[in-house]
Design a protein around this ligand. Structure first.
Ligand code: 13P
Ligand code: SF4
Length: 316
């Protein structure tokens, strides 16, 4: 019997790669899909921490990352030994870690979050009277502290792609365009940029915001995130003017080098069984990392079910 190969692609991969995938999504959607799909092999066109998460959630499946170089700066900037000491310093706090982290890092966390559920999970923890520390993304943590008045101690790593956005260049670039304009941004961007945004949210959150846009039809929507998702936004709303947020005058270079290592050739090779096998995590490492991920998935599934069960008000 032939093996069932499932290809997953993140929104930040190139359009041609998304077209090769069985499922395209954000980190949360792809984790859930990886856990529940009946695959013998999962080809993960994303970055290493995503492929590792897929393996942790679906250890029966063989998981292949197309290119060994597909890492993430939030992972490479975090020394796990130093992180363990930092976590120890706040032993009475709940440690919330962003999914953009290694398996060893996840094992030091109580909860994993993605950019889609981070607001709700941390609000839930504060509502229970917990004190929280947040790692590894300093920008996302600073935004949460600012937005909700938290005082979470933060680990200090950044996404090298989103951290390049800066307020002045953004304002200059936006001022050069006439007409109504909006800014939407991923929470990995620096706080001064996020403070200027009309909407801050995950990749799928921004995509939904664009899908539902019903304001001025001639508006320009600037998007402060990796450029791959502009493809999905264009497909969803071809009638709108959607533009990458400029990093500096004239620059349209907000690409994640690691996501873009998923070339057509590399993904094809992975679909034929070549590439990096995620087979190096021990059962103990996977068990330790799975706990905080499963906590997040259970929380998000319950929230999604509650949202679907909420009756829609029928106008009189
Ligand atoms: P999402 O969880 O919004 O898909 O983001 C993942 C990511 O790597 C952003 O840089
Ligand atoms: Fe990591 Fe940033 Fe690339 Fe996302 S865009 S995978 S956070 S380096």
């Amino acid at each position: 019997m032939s093996k069932r190969v499932v290809t997953l692609a993140h929104y930040y991969t190139a359009p041609a790669i998304q077209q090769m995938a069985d499922k395209v999504g954000d980190s949360l959607e792809l984790s859930l899909y990886a856990k529940e799909c009946q695959a013998d092999t999962i080809v993960f066109a994303g970055v290493r921490f995503m492929a590792e998460t897929a393996k942790i959630l679906n250890p029966q499946a063989e998981v292949i990352l197309p290119d060994a170089g597909s890492t993430c700066s939030l992972v490479t900037q975090t020394d796990v030994k130093r992180l363990a000491a930092w976590r120890q310093k706040y032993a009475d706090h709940v440690h919330v870690a962003y999914i953009n982290s290694s398996a060893e890092h996840k094992a030091l966390a109580d909860w994993i979050v993605t950019s889609r559920n981070v607001d709700d999970i941390i609000a839930h923890l504060y509502a229970q009277g917990e004190r929280v520390i947040f790692s590894p993304d300093r920008n996302m943590g600073a935004y949460l502290n600012y937005q909700y008045g938290y005082d979470m101690p933060l680990w200090s790593a950044v996404c090298e792609v989103h951290d390049r956005f800066n307020e002045n260049s953004l304002l200059e670039g936006m001022a050069a365009v006439d007409g109504p304009k909006y800014l939407i941004a991923h929470p990995e961007s620096p706080l001064p940029v996020l403070k200027r945004a009309d909407y801050v949210g995950s990749t799928s959150g921004m995509l939904d915001w664009v899908r539902r846009f019903d304001r001025e039809p001639d508006a320009t929507i600037f998007v402060a995130t990796e450029d791959g998702i502009l493809y999905n936004m264009g497909l969803a709303r071809p009638d709108l003017k959607i533009s990458q947020a400029p990093i500096y005058a004239g620059c349209q270079c907000n690409q994640c080098p690691y996501m873009k290592m998923n070339t057509i050739e590399a993904v094809r090779r992975a679909q034929n069984g070549e590439g990096v096998r995620i087979d190096y995590l021990t059962p103990a490492q996977m068990d330790a990392a799975r706990l905080p991920i499963e906590r997040m998935l259970a929380f998000s599934k319950a929230r999604m079910a509650a949202a679907q069960a909420t009756p829609v008000a029928v106008p009189a």
